[in-house]
Design a protein around this ligand. Sequence first.
Ligand SMILES: Cc1ncc(COP(=O)(O)O)c(C=O)c1O
Length: 334
Amino acid sequence: MHIAVAAAGIAPGDEVITSGITDIGTVIGVLFQSAVPVFADLEPFTGCLDPADVERKITSKTKAIIAVHLAGNPRRLGELKTIADQHKLILIEDCAQAWGALYRGKPVSSVGQISCFSLQDSKQITCGDGGIALSSDETFGPLLTKFGDKGTNRYDPKDSSTALGANYRMSELQAAFVAAQLTRLEDIVSKRSRLGALLTQELTGTPGIATHHVDKEDRCSYWFYMTRLVPEKLRCDRAQFTKALAAEGVTFSNGYIATALYGMPMFRNHSFFAGHWPIKELGLTAMDYTKVKCPVTEEILKTCMLFRLNEAMDEEYIRGVAKAVRKVAKHYAV
Ligand SMILES: Cc1ncc(COP(=O)(O)O)c(C=O)c1O
């Protein structure tokens, strides 16, 4: 993601609109380039960017949108691209959780100008750690290699060291692992997508439970399955619900990340760099993260429960999971 932001030419004080529910990796590069992450609110049952709020957050300083395909769900990507085009912004797809996901039948990464995938251990495919940044746009493609390789253009010394780049090179040994893993991707993701859709089917209509929305034209790769509790329909809190599920032998997480990104101490204290945020001190941004309000984002974090489905499970297992959720929901129904 750092390579993507550097290649996109994001400059100090520029703004990049993205999600508050994601891994910090989405915005590390934005911050290291001295740009400003701006958080837009999310859709309630996908956790993906709400295009209407993205539009509201655009200012004269906005340079890019990072669409995070949360859990592997490329929701409303086309609308985000239209907004990006209308405002001459670069659309970066954060596909870290979305290996094998399809938007309207096309692989994620084919809509935005630059996209990034994670190969960290827990992803659908992995080589231990690392990732891939890619572009089909000639403007950005060559810059990705350069900014991932200490600002060096190995083919053209004159084009080297014109700007600062870090070393994000991956070893050939890791790349060989990934090449092998890629041959398994379709099997892995088609299974996950089938199991996720089955879980939705089995849970639809369960009082107190909101299912993970995926457009029927798309394929979600379900890095996780996100349910949300509907508190007013239940006589228990989320911790009680997940505890009761555990007693049924089924593990759902009691939440996702502890706080939206803008609620993390380094955002609230603007203390990214040894207690400082130089661009704020220099007057290049007036951003105050203590004032950020994204009500849907916060509602999701208060009520979500994640189920880590994976391709080693089968239909019978998923039906059993759904049965346990229905049992607990029925027990606590108001
Ligand atoms: C949405 C998202 N973006 C970025 C990252 C960062 O990826 P990595 O840990 O490979 O740097 C992650 C990691 O989980 C992620 O989930």
